[in-house]
Design a protein around this ligand. Structure first.
Ligand SMILES: [Zn+2]
Ligand SMILES: [Zn+2]
Length: 276
């Protein structure tokens, strides 16, 4: 059996809590076959909207330092497991300056895979309470899903659509679930677009407090399958060794129950399918 975890972060990300080597050693001890690092590139924090919302400069990953360290480790390790994938998590923004910067970064460093994620809307991280201030749940979630739909048209290459439902982690509503039925038209548009473009739907194991063991929720993943979607990846979103593989068992049992038979690993533009 192959154990894969392809959404993880290290000290190169501003919120990472372990070194690349520490994550790798821990992954080795857990018999992980493929470890995907995808450090944050959130240039939206540089946008005027962020400053208008009162935000100051925010650090993000130094691409030169990260990719040179990761490529060096890859060279040293060769094929020995866990196979290290040096990826990137791009924080989508509608700002053309941010998009151009991410495109240039992709061309300069050729990440082994790229996760495209929506973290920031109007200068606020949708993970934090500020984003929800003065918005109903329907408004806040609709705005997020519209932005997510827009992110699928990003002008840079990407493989994986990251953690759909991310705002649920920090939402202040009594029933905070982002259910398929409440936003079915929007979800269908998103899921069909992912399928048409041959992208991978991420099952993210970092879902504490969302009422679901993973993001997106079961109903959304089932709808993706019903529409013909077959490409899924698993990522714990671990920022420290103890979180590696977090939520994987629940994710795999959801996937099997729905009828998925493999996980898809993006490796430098090629997809490799690994049986569940
Ligand atoms: Zn993320
Ligand atoms: Zn992440």
């Amino acid at each position: 059996m192959f154990l894969t975890d392809i959404h993880t972060h290290t000290f190169f990300s501003p919120d990472g809590r372990a070194s690349l080597s520490e994550m790798l050693w821990a992954a080795e001890a857990l018999h992980i076959s493929h470890l995907g690092i995808c450090e944050h590139f959130d240039y939206d924090f540089l946008s005027p909207a962020h400053y208008a919302a009162g935000g100051g400069p925010f650090p993000t990953t130094d691409p030169a330092a990260y990719f040179s360290a990761a490529r060096k480790l890859q060279g040293e390790r060769g094929e020995s497991p866990p196979l290290l994938l040096a990826g990137a998590e791009f924080g989508y923004s509608p700002d053309p300056i941010v998009q151009a910067r991410l495109k240039a970064l992709s061309e300069a460093y050729s990440p082994d895979f790229t996760v495209n994620s929506v973290h920031i809307i109007d200068g606020a991280d949708v993970f934090f309470a500020d984003y929800f201030h003065g918005k109903s749940k329907a408004e806040a979630y609709r705005k997020y899903l519209l932005r997510l739909r827009e992110s699928l048209d990003a002008p840079y290459p990407y493989d994986i659509v990251g953690h759909i439902g991310y705002p649920v982690r920090g939402a202040p509503y009594p029933d905070r679930g982002m259910h398929y039925e409440e936003f079915s038209t929007l979800f269908d548009d998103i899921l069909k677009t992912i399928i048409e473009r041959g992208k991978i739907l991420e099952i993210n194991g970092s879902a504490d407090g969302t009422g679901s063991p993973h993001l997106p929720t079961y109903d959304v993943i089932a709808r993706y399958h019903a529409l013909g979607g077959r490409f899924v990846s698993f990522g714990s979103d671990a920022h420290e060794p103890s979180r590696l593989l977090a939520g994987r068992e629940a994710a795999v049992s959801t996937l099997k129950a729905i009828g998925f038979s493999f996980l898809t690993l993006p490796m430098r533009g090629e997809y490799v399918h690994i049986p569940l």
